[in-house]
Design a protein around this ligand. Structure first.
Ligand SMILES: Nc1nc2c(ncn2[C@@H]2O[C@H](COP(=O)(O)OP(=O)(O)OP(=O)(O)O)[C@@H](O)[C@H]2O)c(=O)[nH]1
Ligand SMILES: [Zn+2]
Length: 298
């Protein structure tokens, strides 16, 4: 029998099996195999023989991807929660998250929160940037009115048959948005500290919540994001608009920096690639080339 791990608590694994929750524990041979099942894993299990007993989780299927923080496997898409204000909108941070998700093969969707804190002028000023991300191919949600019903409805339509995580900067409004989407979950949210301009860490759980025919997960917010799991050489592959054009570069290994006849730089000059994205690409490259090896966990 097969199910999906949606919750992990002290040696027990709760599986979702056709809309039902089945509690299991790890079979002995699974422990010997040194396999650590993760929330999100597709797990094989032997059902309990008698009522009141627990089934045994025997193995997990190969993963399409896995995050370390939080430990969740087989993620299909991420709602990338990006604050329009408090903390101020940062294209650099957004691009960092996008690079991270692209590397994990998780489809990012950009959701702008706290638009209610913007003046009409400030909101209008953000529009070309948001249109630029749509041009790259990302779906962007930026309701003028926070939690507009039409936008929530659109999101509800995206969850079926997928594992969706909500990720982003701490205090950006992940839990608040999930609570608007699924009020019965009633997740804890933190009041943003006005003096510090950053939110508290209120999200610790990594449970998956069944919703709209799919599964949702809140994740702990990041206070900053280094460039994880990316090398100087594969950074360019994390920018879809570069990948799309790289075939037109004169050199196969073109890094789109100072090579002649570079299709990416031509597109930049023609205004088809966002200057801010290209600048961030150069900044990330500089960061990666200066980076000293980090020893230790993660
Ligand atoms: N004005 C306004 N405030 C918001 C909005 N979304 C969230 N907030 C506030 O921002 C603060 C942080 O929201 P949370 O939902 O806790 O943020 P989070 O991203 O889950 O934070 P972590 O769990 O720390 O990662 C709370 O005080 C929310 O009420 C919004 O759209 N508009
Ligand atoms: Zn190039």
């Amino acid at each position: 029998m097969q199910g999906r791990i949606i919750k992990q608590i002290s040696g027990y694994y709760d599986l979702e099996v056709n809309g039902q929750i089945v509690r299991t524990r790890a079979a002995g041979n699974l422990r010997q195999k040194k396999v650590s099942p993760l929330v999100g894993d597709i797990a094989n299990y032997t059902p309990a023989e008698e009522n009141g007993e627990l089934g045994y989780l025997t193995s997990v299927e190969p993963r399409t991807n896995a995050l370390v923080r939080p430990p969740v496997a087989n993620i299909d898409q991420a709602i990338l929660i990006t604050a329009a204000a408090e903390p101020a909108f940062s294209a650099n941070l957004l691009d960092r998250f996008l690079v991270y998700l692209e590397g994990k093969h998780i489809q990012p969707l950009i959701y702008l929160t706290k638009t209610d804190l913007l003046s009409d002028t400030q909101y209008e000023q953000l529009r070309p940037t948001l249109a630029g991300y749509e041009q790259v191919g990302y779906q962007v949600f930026a309701p003028r009115e926070a939690f507009a019903a039409a936008t929530l409805k659109q999101l509800h339509g995206l969850f079926a048959d997928k594992l969706t995580i909500f990720t982003g900067q701490t205090g950006a409004g992940k839990s608040t948005l999930i609570n608007h989407l699924e009020p019965n979950l009633n997740l804890a949210t933190g009041e943003i500290s006005k003096s510090l301009g950053r939110g508290k860490h209120t999200t610790r759980t990594t449970d998956l919540y069944p919703a709209d025919g799919g599964l949702l997960a809140d994740t702990p917010g990041f206070s900053s994001l280094g460039l994880l799991d990316v090398t100087l050489d594969d950074l360019r592959d994390r920018f879809p608009e570069f990948v799309e054009r790289a075939g037109g570069c004169k050199f196969r290994g073109c890094q789109h920096v100072s090579e002649p006849k570079c299709a990416v730089k031509a597109a930049l000059a023609a205004g088809e690639i966002m200057q801010s994205r290209y600048d961030n690409y150069l900044q990330f490259r500089a960061e990666l080339s200066n980076q000293r090896p980090v020893y230790g966990k993660n």
